[in-house]
Design a binder for this molecule. Structure first.
Ligand SMILES: *Cc1c(COP(=O)(O)O)cnc(C)c1O
Length: 377
């Protein structure tokens, strides 16, 4: 196996992959309607439930061809019973995306909005559920990837269940990284895509959720054809296949990525991501960079650093310098503050972060940015 140039991606996905996962895509051509392929997908669907410790009787996974946002779309447009409302708990860009999806489909929703650097107020969530008996779905994002803040999903899920609502959470940037237990965390539906925690490629997205709720949603109002959860689930159950053409090569890569996931182990993988995250924070702290999210609220995967007040600072120049040397850094996703992000996803370890900071420091020196960096306030 020839090795491919290795880039260290510090953006929030797609993530750095192993060569064995890259090469797993190179397979003999196959028609995905063959039994051989359907049997691969059966194992894959079960493994995706096992990653979050789901009981295979109670939970199932449904695969789609598309990027991660497709899952948000699918869950919201498919799981709302008639004459009911969605409660979106929003403290970041990804939950905002959920409210936009509600708007596009004309789904009735209530939004509890919080600043991007604050956690939701659970007493307000409780009060909203008490006052609105028609809330059937509670929705939030686990790790708001735009900033890296961790939301208290277990507590939110418990509140949802106490008031008879289902709980959907976007775990795209935690799944297969930060350990999740779908049952203990009070989750009915979670989601992810192959290019983030699993360290495979874009094109395969999936929802893991409660089978009974999916079956019940058969009779809910339909808003999309391609993106309906029940339709896709039902087709899988009847035929073992995706309703429409699956991302064949990405599925082969994801199967290899899952093998590597089990070999590394949930705890060891999380320990590695934590090592990488700590190294990122140490590097930023040493250079004087301030971050948006206070340490105790960070999900442990995304660092969101604030641009320094130095006339020579240029994200583009620093980015380009690092990019040319194999390290990709990423702009922030906050409208009010200029930030950039360094993420602990992917097949990388501490040494990569040390190597990165050597290059990053050179980039700052070349630009003439003084370190430790300064802020005016
Ligand atoms: C990456 C990500 C998504 C999906 O984004 P795509 O660009 O559609 O792949 C959704 N939610 C969260 C929290 C994410 O981090």
């Amino acid at each position: 196996m020839e090795s491919v140039k290795r880039n260290v991606l510090l953006n929030p996905g797609p993530s750095t992959t192993t060569d064995s996962v890259k090469y797993a895509q190179v397979v003999p051509d196959i028609c995905p309607r063959e039994k051989e392929f359907a049997s691969l997908m059966k194992g894959l669907r079960e493994d995706l439930v096992r990653v979050v410790h789901g009981d295979l009787e109670k939970y199932t996974s449904v695969l789609f061809c598309g990027s991660g946002t497709l899952n948000i779309d699918v869950c919201l447009n498919s799981l709302l019973p008639a004459n009911k409302k969605i409660l979106v708990i929003n403290n970041g860009a990804y939950s905002t995306r959920a409210t936009e999806i509600c708007q596009y489909y004309g789904l009735p929703y209530i939004e509890l909005k919080y600043p991007v650097d604050e956690r939701p107020d659970l007493s307000e969530v409780l009060e909203t559920l008490q006052k609105n008996a028609d809330i059937a779905v509670v929705y939030t994002t686990h790790n708001e990837t735009g900033t890296g803040i961790l939301n208290p999903i277990r507590e939110i899920g418990a509140l949802a269940h106490r008031y008879g609502a289902i709980f959907i959470t976007d775990t795209t940037s935690t799944y297969a990284m930060r350990p999740i237990d779908i049952e203990k965390d009070n989750i009915d539906f979670l989601m992810a895509s192959a290019q983030k925690g699993l360290m495979a490629f874009t094109g395969l997205s999936f929802v893991v959720g409660n089978r009974d709720v999916i079956e019940a949603s058969k009779d809910y109002p339909k808003h999309s054809y391609y993106c309906n959860l029940f339709l896709q689930y039902d087709y899988f159950e009847k035929t073992g296949e995706m309703h429409f053409t699956p991302p064949v090569q990405t599925i082969y890569a994801t199967l290899q990525a899952l093998k590597e996931y089990w070999a590394e182990g949930e705890q060891a993988k999380w320990a590695r991501h934590t090592r990488v995250f700590n190294a990122i924070n140490k590097g930023l702290d040493e250079l004087g960079f301030k971050q948006v999210i206070k340490p105790e609220w960070r999900a442990g995967l995304v660092s969101s650093a604030i641009y320094p007040d130095d006339p020579n600072w240029s994200f583009e120049k620093v980015h380009d310098y690092c990019y040319e040397r194999g390290f990709t850094i990423y702009p922030g996703k906050i409208s009010t503050t200029n930030t950039f992000r360094l993420c602990a996803l992917g097949a990388i370890d501490e040494q990569d972060i040390e190597d990165f900071f050597n290059v990053f420091k050179e980039a700052l020196a070349v630009c003439g940015v003084k370190t430790p960096v300064k802020y005016n306030d």
